[in-house]
Unconditional design. Sequence first.
Length: 388
Amino acid sequence: MTTEDPRNVLIVDDTPANLDLLERILEDNGYDVRSMPNGPLALKSANHTPPDLILLDIKMPGMDGYEVCARLKQQEATRNLPIIFISALQETDDKVRAFQAGGVDYVTKPFQADEVLARVRTHLELKAAREQLERQNEELVAAAQLRDDVERITRHDLKGPLNSILPIPTLLSSYYAFSEDHLALLKNVERSAHKMLDMINRSLDLYKMETGVYQASIQPINMTPILYSSLREAAANKIAHNKPWRVTRNGAPLPEGEQVWANGEEMLCFPMFSNLLLNAFEASPEQAAIEVDLDDGNEATLKIRITNTGAVPQEIRDHFFGKYVTHGKNKGTGLGTYSARLCAETQNGSIDMDVVDDKTRVTVTLTRSKRVTREDLDEMFKQYGNQK
């Protein structure tokens, strides 16, 4: 007998003729059969070696079938065994009581062999199917636990060090006057760290943001270096060839050293803007500029507008930020704008899209924050030193 092919049946009846008849019917059809003449022996046998199914008489001296069934349902080893009552009692109340005790079926005496076989086969198949589902559920739970363990390890072992690496280029640039070559090296460190972070975020954080359990670390961040880094990352893609870009603040050129602060999390902002800018470069024709404007005219919010030539197709405008929405991309996943929306909303912001004069404009809105002072930077350095 195996779990996949349950064939072991325990018969409980105080009438020897009934035991003999049921034994013969089941054994002739390939079942392994055990017979017990009373309730106490049946309980002992079932607890020692649980069968796959029990055929149980009701009217027996000493301990009737109802009590046998109730006791079996109280034991962990026998709680889920299918129990079919076989009895001469035909009143509705007797049948209801049998089901209330935990029986799965009821056969009245005198019984027909074909009926008994059909009911036994059906409930053994149901038992096998239930056990298969339980095994699959256990495998899913184990897989989920493994995913959580991998996520925890990845976040701790990879994202922890990145937390220390990412701000260093900006912080060092604020403290020291570097040569162009040294600045280029710092930018390369920053781009590499962001690229690694983006890969981690894509595989780990999307699910957490979808389910609303992502714990964002919202703090004042300078958006200018994030946007310039995101632009360079997107512009390095071959689809961005011959497509210029410019960054402005309220319509005027924004130097890379100028600071524009908002509340957010750098680990969400970079992949968010990288996705949006890559989309803009992909949709824009050659020679057409990608425009990024930071609008801080409102004291409460900072609006970052990304504009590219080329209108979003009409058929996807209403669900532009939906999951798996893509158009005209052979290898597109449809997750870029969807993940950008989740990133914006997780940072207590918002995102929207509009089409004006054959141009697409995506606007990310974040809450404003104060400018970070030299004292704030000193405190940040102190915190990074304590983390080592």
